[in-house]
Design a protein around this ligand. Structure first.
Ligand code: AMP
Length: 399
């Protein structure tokens, strides 16, 4: 039983073909530069990598290229399109409408459209992918898996902003949170690694990638998360500023004569690690420059790690205790230095890092001393597998 998992961005389509019985990724690929000159497809099947350079104007052409490549006699994996049992689509924003993954119908498409103004950069390409697949594969079940749905269990006190209440009623202005599929996956894996029931645990999951967020997962459910109405709030990210005094926005708009779109760009594209360091949005470049003594790079690392540390303290308080801190995504899985800085001096929370165990990249491991009261673990995320599992369950495909 094979599930095709699609993640349609504004100029890219990532895909995986997953065997749901073995949970193995059979094919891994991406179409990049959609609608931009120089588009191409890259695909891996085991150790075999291919690249196809082809102009791809829109998502329809991109998904056609994916399917034709999967069916190709030489480069492909499938003999017949019918071998795909279902398609799982990553959808970034489900608003308050979706607290679970759902089978896609005409009504679901309309509902996703209704919340699209909450994620204008993300939901339209997600929808484009859904529409193309429904046309191309009309007999195959399609399932939407939302980044926001895991966080729909947050209590009101965690998701309401102290703005006039009518903005919530009229426009849905509240915290939604993102990276839900990742937070849910790593929290469950952490409980399994600790050989404990997730229902008995308070877990803080740190998804630290180019986009970054934390979640407080109490008894298996998200009770708070650092991203908000949009993925801009919370931690310092590659190019996003995260939490700032909201009064900075009109202040800078006036001083720099910036339109709403321009200040939005400053905060989303020119801030975070890139803006602070003036070097790069890539944590590896920052670490390298910091090691060579660059003061702004050191400051960037410090600000990034301090923000994560503050949230860990806040979420331990919010949950009334802490059993495990999980690190995932590019930085969380790979950066020994950042993990060390974040966990340093958190012994008052029962966290004692094991420096030797922490010397790992990209593998599942507990990185605290065996006698540490609270555990910390590295868990590589696997959002595609979570999407495939939900898709199989909802499409009624037996594992
Ligand atoms: P993601 O968005 O999950 O792909 O994560 C991207 C981020 O992970 C980038 O900031 C990378 O610099 C960072 N990253 C990847 N590998 C490493 C590494 N070995 N050490 C430090 N950061 C890394």
């Amino acid at each position: 039983m094979k599930i095709l998992v699609l993640n349609c961005g504004s100029s890219s389509v990532k895909y995986q073909l997953i065997d749901i019985s073995s949970e193995e990724a059979l094919v891994n690929g991406i179409v990049e530069r959609i609608g931009i000159e120089g588009s191409f497809l890259e695909q891996e099947i085991g150790s075999e990598e291919i690249q196809i350079e082809k102009e791809v104007e829109d998502h329809s052409q991109a998904i056609n290229l994916v399917i034709n490549t999967l069916l190709d006699d030489e480069k492909g994996y499938l003999e017949d399109i019918e071998e795909i049992s279902a398609v799982g689509h990553r959808v970034v924003h489900g608003g308050e409408k979706f607290s679970e993954s759902v089978e896609i119908t005409g009504e679901v498409i309309e509902q996703i459209e209704e919340v699209s103004d909450l994620a204008p950069l993300h939901n339209p390409p997600n929808l484009a992918g859904i529409r193309v697949c429904r046309d191309l594969l009309p007999n195959i079940s399609q399932v939407a898996v939302f980044d926001t749905s895991f966080h729909q269990t947050m209590p009101e006190k965690a998701y309401m902003y102290a703005l006039p209440y009518e903005y919530y009623e009229e426009y849905g202005v509240r915290r939604y949170g993102f990276h839900g599929t990742s937070h849910k996956y790593v929290a469950r894996r952490a409980a399994a690694l600790m050989e404990r029931d997730i229902e008995d645990l308070n877990i803080i999951t740190c998804h630290l990638g180019n986009g970054a967020s934390l979640a407080a997962v109490k008894e298996g459910s998200s009770v708070d998360t650092s991203m908000g109405l949009t993925p801009l709030e919370g931690l310092v990210m590659g190019t996003r500023c995260g939490d700032i005094d909201p009064a900075i926005v009109p202040f800078l708009q006036k001083r720099e004569d910036l339109s709403p779109e321009e200040i939005d760009d400053v905060m989303n594209k020119n801030s975070g690690m890139l803006g602070l360091s003036g070097i790069s949005n890539d944590a590896r470049d920052i670490e390298e420059a910091a090691e060579e003594g660059d003061e702004r790079a050191k400051l960037t690392e410090d600000v990034f790690c301090y923000r994560v540390k503050k949230y860990i303290g806040a979420y331990a308080a919010a949950m009334g205790g802490l059993d495990c801190v999980v690190f995932t995504a590019g930085i969380g899985e790979n950066s020994v230095t950042m993990r060390e800085k974040i966990l340093k001096d958190l012994d008052f929370l029962g966290l004692e890092i094991d420096d030797k165990a922490n010397q790992i990249r990209g593998e599942e491991k507990i990185i605290t001393n065996p006698n540490s009261e609270t555990a910390a673990a590295v868990i590589p995320t696997n959002e595609e597998l979570m999407i495939a599992r939900d898709t199989a369950r909802i499409a009624g495909i037996l594992q």
